[in-house]
Ligand binder design. Structure first.
Ligand code: CP
Length: 319
């Protein structure tokens, strides 16, 4: 097996929202908007990435991200294959490095990586010649989720600049929240993080947003963005009980006002962080977010393969 080495050719990755400029975000959203028109046609497939290969390497469960990357690659006529750690040779103890090098032997153009460790996508970018897209690394980053959320907000409200988004719930364990706060900052929108001090510590204000422990803060927002309680990432009790969390911070019909839209990255814990009456209401954009995921991931695949790289080679930052 080859050793860790610098990339042999310039490549464009999407590892973090921090890699992007405002112009990058604008270009990606415009590309997604133009690709969305193709999905209304009877023949939905475009020849754009014919002859290219996209590998999805997923070490964590996923419904939305994996299915949308697969479909996005297919809609752009790329060859695609998905490897889930469960059922692969990872079960026999194969390392991320050896798995990445094995898949890189097929010369994929893009590797999409989801992994529980922070920096896993950076490592794959260092190890292989592929363009790498981070589909979620621990509680660090989920950049395509943030981009699809911007797309869904713009579609619903007609603008991004000046929009105020209240992100409520388990921010501590949330890569979605970290990515979204950065992305909102790039487009001139504001974020307030809302939840109990154990899940929304005041230090999170360093992300460049407001922090509130008062659920009534939702009232000032245009968008109420509900986060899943990530019990699988909680090694200790962060709330006295889920019942108490729901009573204090659950998003119920009484806690949202007319004119607000409600978002959730999924999967939802109905009856815990979000009341089913809110999830199923006309104010909820949850299905719009899933649809946005397809066109935004088509745009990301197109972008990494066609736009000249401007960022420095990825650093290995596995934590
Ligand atoms: N929002 C999100 O990442 O969903 P999945 O875990 O189903 O991909």
């Amino acid at each position: 097996m080859a050793e860790l080495r610098p990339p042999s050719a310039p490549r464009r990755h999407l590892l973090s929202i921090a890699d992007l400029t405002t112009d990058d975000v604008r270009r990606l959203l415009e590309t997604a908007e133009s690709l969305a028109a193709s999905l209304d046609r009877e023949m939905k497939k475009l020849p754009t990435l014919r002859g290219r290969t996209v590998v999805n390497l997923f070490y964590e469960s996923s419904t939305r991200t994996l299915s949308s990357f697969e479909l996005a690659a297919k809609r752009l006529s790329a060859d695609t294959m998905s490897v889930r750690s469960s059922g692969s040779s990872v079960d026999k103890g194969e390392s991320l490095k050896d798995t990445a090098l094995t898949l890189a032997a097929y010369d994929p153009d893009v590797i999409v990586v989801r992994h529980p460790s922070i920096g896993a996508a950076h490592l794959v970018a260092r190890l292989t010649d592929a363009h790498v897209v981070n589909a979620g690394d621990g509680k660090h980053q989920h950049p395509t989720q943030a981009l699809l959320d911007l797309y869904a907000i713009k579609s619903a409200l007609g603008r991004l600049e000046g929009v105020r988004v209240a992100i409520v719930g388990d921010v501590l364990h949330s890569r979605v929240a970290r990515s979204l706060v950065q992305a909102l900052g790039l487009v001139g929108a504001e974020a307030v993080l809302v939840g109990p001090p154990t899940l929304v510590p005041p230090t999170l204000a360093s992300l460049g947003c407001d922090v509130s422990h008062d659920i009534s803060s939702l009232a000032g927002a245009d968008v109420v963005y509900v986060l899943r309680m990530q019990r699988e990432r909680m090694a200790e009790a962060f709330v006295p009980s889920l019942r108490e969390y729901t009573a204090l911070y659950g998003v119920t019909p009484a806690r949202i006002r007319p004119g607000q839209v409600v978002m959730h990255p999924g999967p939802m814990n109905r009856g815990i962080e979000i009341d089913p009456r809110v999830a199923d209401s006309g104010q909820a954009l949850v299905t719009d977010q899933v649809r946005a995921g397809l066109v935004v991931r088509m745009a990301v695949l197109y972008d990494v393969l066609t736009v000249a790289p401007v960022t420095a080679p990825a650093q290995a930052v596995v934590a």
